[in-house]
Design a protein. Structure first.
Length: 368
């Protein structure tokens, strides 16, 4: 074990570290582990974080500094909250080692999956809304990756557990996973060649008159780093869309992707002034278009997925029906449209001189 050397009058020989440093884990009730360490006798004058980085090389120095500031480190029984605290040498150091959330990202979890196709090469999932695809800050567990590792443990030997493309947390629909390295390489090449067929159904705010194509580069928003935006130096992005059904305040469209940029459909629809119904991030500046019906997530569903099977070479296509909440909303919009049309069609709309055939009349006609 080596303590990183620092330009100072004193340094810590690796032999003394090996001889005097010991870590004895003891269980704790807060998902952490208490480590009992002894500072090398000849580390006097060195910073606490510097010495800990040598004693605990499995942790980054930034993480150790954070633990010190959080009060997780004690020297001779007293809490020390300053990483640059100088040691005399020989002190007893205790560290409450917090669980590394990123390690949990690679842990299998028994999360139900809607598997629509599986063989020795591929796995096609119909992802529900609310499921994060890949672990990241704030979502180190409970993800599709954790579920995949439980469903198919052999995926632990494949980068990203075989995931080759993603869907946003609140976007539902079809997603393909490779079960072998060869399949993953083949699918990535298909994505790069833009031969993977991906079609989405989306409900856009406002009334779109016709279909079209949005060809606009996408990159990280220059001011809001959690958002994407159409920017000059972004990556090429192209989205095709066609009209499926129009309503009074929104339009059901089908989108197909040539590229797969982060938030691509959401950003492109916002760019043309017709953001997604229910999108909590994009469309706040689109004040000139109706907000459309209330919906508690972005109305976006990956409806079709087509690709060439990496093993057999056959073209394959899967379709996913709309989730219940989306189907219910469309049914309500159609009912509302029918009622609006019925209300607009009054008796005054009929020409009195026009013969009207009586189709139905209440009663059986036998009344006196």
């Amino acid at each position: 074990m080596n303590i990183p050397q620092k330009k100072s009058k004193k340094s810590v020989p690796s032999e003394s570290v090996a001889a005097e440093a010991s870590a004895t884990p003891t269980g704790r009730g807060d998902d952490s582990t208490a480590l009992a360490l002894t500072a090398p006798v000849d580390c006097g004058g060195l910073r606490l974080d510097h010495v800990l980085a040598g004693l605990l090389p499995q942790h980054s120095r930034n993480r150790l500094q954070g633990w010190i500031r959080e009060g997780r480190v004690r020297v001779d029984g007293k809490p020390v909250a300053e990483p640059k605290h100088k040691l005399w040498g020989g002190e007893a150091i205790s560290v409450d080692e917090a669980v590394d959330e990123q390690l949990a990202a690679a842990s299998p979890e028994d999360i139900p999956l809607n598997v629509v196709f599986e063989d020795e090469t591929l796995l096609v999932i119909d992802k529900p809304a609310g499921l994060v695809v890949h672990p990241a800050a704030g979502n180190w567990s409970g993800t599709l990756l954790n579920a995949l590792l439980h469903h198919a443990p052999q995926l632990s030997s494949i980068p990203r557990a075989g995931i080759v493309h993603r869907l946003d947390k609140d976007t539902s629909g079809l997603l393909v996973v490779a079960k072998t390295l060869e399949a993953q390489t083949d699918l990535v090449r298909q994505l790069q060649a833009r031969t993977v067929k991906r079609e989405y159904q989306a409900l856009a705010r406002g009334v779109l008159e016709r279909g079209g194509t949005v060809d606009a580069a996408i990159g990280r928003h220059p001011m809001q780093r959690t958002k994407m935006a159409v920017i000059m130096n972004g990556k090429p992005a192209r989205t095709h869309y066609r009209i499926v059904e129009r309503f009074s305040t929104c339009t059901l469209i089908e989108c197909s992707l040539e590229t797969g940029r982060t938030h691509q459909i959401r950003v492109h629809l916002d760019h043309i002034g017709h953001p997604l119904v229910g999108d909590p991030v994009y469309g706040r500046a689109a004040n000139r278009v109706p907000r459309g019906p209330a919906f508690d997530r972005q109305f976006l569903h990956a409806r079709k997925l087509g690709l060439v099977h990496p093993g057999s070479g056959k073209s394959m296509l899967w379709k996913s029906p709309l989730p219940d909440d989306m189907a219910d909303l469309l049914d309500q919009l159609r009912l509302d449209a029918a009622m609006e049309a019925d209300a607009a069609l009054g008796d005054d709309d009929f020409d009195d001189d026009h013969e009207v055939e009586l189709i139905y009349e209440y009663g059986d006609g036998d009344d006196d």
